[in-house]
Design a protein around this ligand. Structure first.
Ligand code: SDX
Length: 427
């Protein structure tokens, strides 16, 4: 593979180095392009632009490959747990038994939120969007917690990461409980990370309550599948904020805001609303798909900037849907509509030509419904799942010895120079 690219402009030729990653992805390094040629590049939406060199997650969109630190998502979903996957993403290695036990102990040690934080939930209206609360409370968390350890100091940074991972779960559940007028639960030391989340969300202090193991396993898999996804919109936001040396809480709070959008982490909610609309109108799926095409609208849960083949996560979740629903004895008509929608779209040249396939959000809502997660909380569960990926990326920015603030250029296309016009002369 060539290690240089040449660019000819205005009769001059420039040699640009080519960087090749461990999976043979090649990139033209344009760090000195402007200094040498006066040129910058322009790439609306960054579809062709690498923002960084990263060792965390690899995606091959043409092959439908996703690996966290080299481990295939299919194997992690099958054999790992969210806590183990979080450790892998943050440290780069799967934990041994002692490391896993120590990490679990850290998560348990830091699972309570400061009592004074509990009052902040009272300030939000009952119908406040949970993502607004989550972002606000993550920054609030930073006010109550000790400073995050230096990313280079792995043992102490791991404690800081465990603190955030453990408490984001408590914040999410508390926002739901408050919105329902229910007492905020305290976590239990005897439950796993995800079982504790379910307990925090749904158990009542005056009645015995044990999380259903099938629901816990399904949610844990959902968290694993959402744990990281290279330079998506929200992770790039976390890295952008991290690059100014802002603290971890501010960076992930910004990530939550980016994730909130219906084109990103809000899509899991939008998919269910779309399926419920089809069912409520008694609309046939082919008629709905025809409407989407005529309006040049978006089929929610379909398409992806990187995957031009199946999103491997969608495949895994789709397979899990049948298993989880049959174990729970649930028949969800929305699953039937979703599967018919997928079948119709994948046969339709409109979607085939545009390489549109189901993405992670297309089926995830079916499982979250089966787990009794309220629709408004779907993006929040995406954020809980993505937290280890955001922490790992934040750390990677800070561990980069050549770290620079992210500050893209632009092509200016506004008015050229003009003199100030006094108010009286403006007509
Ligand atoms: C996530 O980046 C990540 O990794 C994100 C994520 C992660 O884990 O972090 O994977 C999570 O955000 C998944 C995506 C969830 N969003 C949705 O399901 C919303 C619906 N999907 C789209 O809006 C869209 O597909 C995006 C946002 C996901 C990707 O948009 P792109 O890459 O900018 O695609 P585009 O807008 O350039 O579209 C290319 C063409 C256009 O048609 P033409 O103008 O060429 O005729 O495809 C069409 C689009 O109209 N198109 C769709 C479509 N998505 C794109 N047409 C119908 N339905 C869709 N869903």
């Amino acid at each position: 593979m060539a290690d240089k690219a040449t660019l000819t402009y205005n009769g001059k030729t420039y040699e640009l180095p080519v960087v090749v990653g461990t999976e043979n992805e090649a990139a033209i390094d344009i760090q000195h392009l402007r200094a040498e040629s006066g040129l910058i590049t322009l790439d609306d939406g960054y579809a062709n632009t690498g923002s960084c060199i990263s060792n965390i997650t690899f995606i091959d969109g043409e092959q439908g490959i996703l690996r966290y630190r080299g481990y295939p998502i299919e194997e992690l979903a099958e054999y790992s747990t969210f806590v183990e996957t979080a450790y892998l993403l943050i440290t780069g290695e799967l934990p041994n038994a002692r490391q896993l036990a120590e990490f679990k102990a850290l998560l348990n040690e830091h699972q309570f939120i400061h009592e004074n934080m509990r009052h902040h939930f009272e300030g939000f209206p009952a119908d406040a969007p949970p993502m607004a609360i989550l972002s606000a409370m993550l920054n609030t968390l930073g006010c109550f917690e000790p400073a995050v350890a230096r990313p280079s100091d792995e043992p102490n940074f791991l404690a800081s990461a465990a603190r955030l991972l453990s408490k984001v779960r408590a914040i999410a559940a508390a926002s739901y409980r408050k919105s329902m007028g229910l007492p905020i639960n305290y976590p239990r030391f005897d439950l796993s990370y995800t079982a504790n989340f379910w307990h925090l969300m749904f158990c009542m202090p005056n009645a015995p309550c044990e999380p259903d193991p099938d629901i816990v396993r399904a949610l844990d898999m959902i968290f694993i599948l959402h744990a990281d996804h290279e330079q998506n919109c929200s992770t790039s936001t976390v890295r952008m904020v991290a690059s100014s040396q802002a603290n971890l809480y501010a960076s992930v709070a910004a990530g939550v805001c980016a994730l909130w959008g219906p084109l990103h982490g809000g899509a899991n909610m939008a998919v269910i609303e779309m399926l419920e609309g089809i069912r409520a109108r008694g609309e046939s799926v082919p008629a709905f798909v025809a409407k989407v095409k005529d309006a040049h609208a978006r089929l929610m849960g379909f398409g992806h900037r990187v995957y031009k083949n199946f999103d491997p996560r969608a495949k895994i979740i789709k397979q899990a849907c049948d298993r989880v629903l049959s174990r729970l004895g649930i028949r969800d008509p929305l699953l039937d509509i979703a599967m018919e929608l997928e079948e119709v779209a994948l046969r339709d040249p409109y979607f085939i030509e545009r390489k549109l396939y189901p993405n992670v959000d297309f089926y995830s809502g079916i499982i979250m419904r089966a787990a009794k997660i309220p629709l408004s909380m779907f993006p929040v569960l995406f954020a809980i799942g993505r937290m280890p990926g955001w922490i790992a990326n934040w750390r990677e920015v800070h561990l980069n010895p050549k770290a620079r603030i992210y500050r893209p250029r632009q092509v200016y296309n506004g008015p050229t120079k003009r003199p100030y016009t006094m108010l009286a002369a403006r007509g």
